[in-house]
Write a protein that binds this ligand. Structure first.
Ligand code: SAM
Length: 322
């Protein structure tokens, strides 16, 4: 079992399979980066899988594939199947913008994928164009429909921003609710890659707006999920808010992140990481396991969003996978 220095069990690995993305979301990657990581520096799926086995053997129970946009990477279904075949009980999930999901959802499900989180920040084509930098909404919504049709569990992620999509939180919630998908509103996390004029919406303001429309109870936190949950009084629908600026946000953090280049990152906020690339490439599984333990040991107690020293991270979300 992997336990960090603050007694948190680390059993969740998020794997960014590519930093590349087909969207240019204003809060994440508004511009194409100056250069992409050269292809030869990326871990192959076989190499990533060698590390997944180490992580699973050490106690990881949940793996989420993310990016950049994970569906841009070829043979993703084969990678999922390798993980599933090694340990079918793994909670195998993916976070995607859903643009390429139509036509691939069945293949991913057949490979062992259980759940997906889809980013839906708006239901207006023009706003989607303004956020993502291109006309994406039709493909995204068709991708979601197909995922539901093939039986994948789908959760919706929305990042509310002032003067952008805050006025749509009820519409996106209702869209999700009608389709049996839960929704999590993610507070915008300031980072040096996002457009400078973005203004996020904190949970207090979100809740105020939601209270104008619904009556709901505050359920607090559930296990190690980062979501603060709420349940509607009339129909029991549950929604969540991710509040990284709150003091106790990191208390139950159970996750570490692997980048496409093989860097293991103990915290979404900080720049620190350790590479497993070399040990995996030369087949030194013991060394990779040592790096994993060291990264868990050095996992920081807290991020610094909301802290006194800094409120903006110099980490790119498209590199870490969010
Ligand atoms: N391309 C995929 C997608 O769009 O979901 C996966 C990668 S994306 C980096 C993963 C998640 O990070 C998305 O839900 C996205 O909304 C969230 N994210 C990215 N930048 C963020 C920011 N600055 N603040 C809050 N959430 C952010």
């Amino acid at each position: 079992m992997l336990i960090d220095s603050y007694d948190r069990v680390v059993d969740y690995l998020r794997v960014s399979v590519t930093e590349r993305c087909n969207f240019r979301c204003q809060y994440c990657m508004p511009e194409k980066p100056f250069s992409w990581v050269p292809k030869e520096n990326l871990l192959s799926f076989e190499e990533m899988f060698e590390f997944m086995k180490v992580a699973i053997d050490e106690g990881v129970k949940k793996i989420r594939i993310t990016g950049g946009e994970p569906l841009l990477r070829e043979d993703l279904d084969k990678f999922l199947k390798m993980i599933y075949d090694y340990e079918p009980s793994i909670d195998l999930a993916m976070t995607t913008n859903a643009y390429l999901l139509k036509g691939t959802a069945q293949k991913l499900k057949d490979a062992g994928l259980k759940r997906i989180n889809v980013s839906i920040d708006t239901l207006k084509p023009s706003v989607a164009q303004a956020i993502a930098g291109k006309d994406v909404l039709k493909n995204v919504l068709e991708g979601v429909d197909e995922a539901l049709k093939v039986g994948l569990k789908v959760k919706v992620n929305m990042v509310p921003m002032k003067n952008m999509n805050f006025d749509e939180i009820i519409d996106v919630l209702e869209y999700s609710k009608e389709r049996g998908m839960s929704i999590r509103f993610i507070e915008y996390m300031e980072n040096s890659f996002a457009r400078a004029d973005i203004s996020g919406v904190k949970s207090a303001e979100l809740l105020e707006k939601l209270r104008e429309h619904y009556e709901f109870s505050d359920d607090g936190f559930d296990g190690s999920s980062p979501s603060h949950y709420f349940t509607m009084k009339d129909d029991g629908y549950r929604f969540g808010i991710i509040e990284p600026y709150e003091d106790d946000f990191c208390k139950k953090c159970n996750r570490i992140r692997l980048t496409a280049e093989g860097n293991l990152i103990p915290c979404l906020y900080f720049d620190e990481s350790m590479s497993i690339a070399e040990s995996i490439k030369c087949g030194d599984i013991k060394a990779a396991a040592e790096v994993l333990k060291e990264v868990v040991r050095t996992k920081p107690e807290k991020n610094r969003w909301g802290g006194e020293e800094s409120e903006s991270s110099s980490r790119a979300f498209y590199e870490t996978g969010g």
